[in-house]
Design a protein around this ligand. Structure first.
Ligand code: CA
Length: 198
């Protein structure tokens, strides 16, 4: 158990540092989940029962009236089971008065703390007040992956509710979401076409 924990916690701390300006606070409010971000002290996480979902859901909520950073509810786990596969993460999210933007995110790192895949829905943000909706992220978990981190982030004030995260392996033909983190310079002469022809 001790080894398993140190295998997860040590790289996790490094991952958070790499994300940049990323501090975190571990509390016991939600089993195996914690609050992180650029200004976690401006946010709180908790469990609620709300209309539209049965049972418990989690929330991430601003507790300051003016926030210049973001908070996230997150979790990390050993990627082994998914290494070498394309993975779809889905979850149900509902938002309330999100001033700036919110998004589900997923990040895959190697043991050397190099990010190989990342998407935070910045290109399709959740804003304002929205009903429960299922959101998806599709990323490659490369064979050398070590840790998968994921959660929901909230930039600025507001509240997001989240429930039923699910990971599933999908067909390799399905297009990825988010941006690809290159391991070398690529298409430097602009002669390669992107997959959608643009
Ligand atoms: Ca639930």
């Amino acid at each position: 158990m001790k080894n398993y924990k140190s295998r997860i916690i040590t790289p996790l701390l490094s991952v958070l540092c790499i994300i940049g300006l990323f501090s975190f606070s571990i509390d016991n409010k939600i089993k195996n989940w914690f609050l992180a971000g650029s200004s976690p002290s401006d946010y709180e996480i908790g469990i609620a029962e709300v209309q539209g979902r049965s049972g418990s859901v989690a929330y991430l909520k601003s507790k300051s009236t003016k926030i210049s950073g973001f908070g996230t509810i997150m979790q990390s786990f050993d990627s082994k089971k998914f290494n070498g596969k394309k993975v779809k993460l889905s979850a149900y999210i509902k938002s309330s008065k999100v001033e700036d933007w919110a998004g589900m995110w997923m990040r895959v790192d190697t043991e050397e703390k190099r990010a190989v895949s990342f998407d935070n829905m910045q290109d399709r943000p959740i804003k304002g007040t929205t009903a429960w909706e299922k959101y998806e992220i599709i990323l490659d978990v490369t064979p050398e992956s070590y840790l998968i981190s994921y959660g929901v982030l909230l930039s600025g004030t507001g509240q997001v509710f989240l429930d039923n995260f699910n990971f599933e392996v999908v067909n390799d033909e399905i297009e990825k979401t988010g941006r690809t983190i290159l391991d070398a310079p690529s298409n430097t002469d602009f002669e390669e076409k992107s997959r959608n022809g643009k």
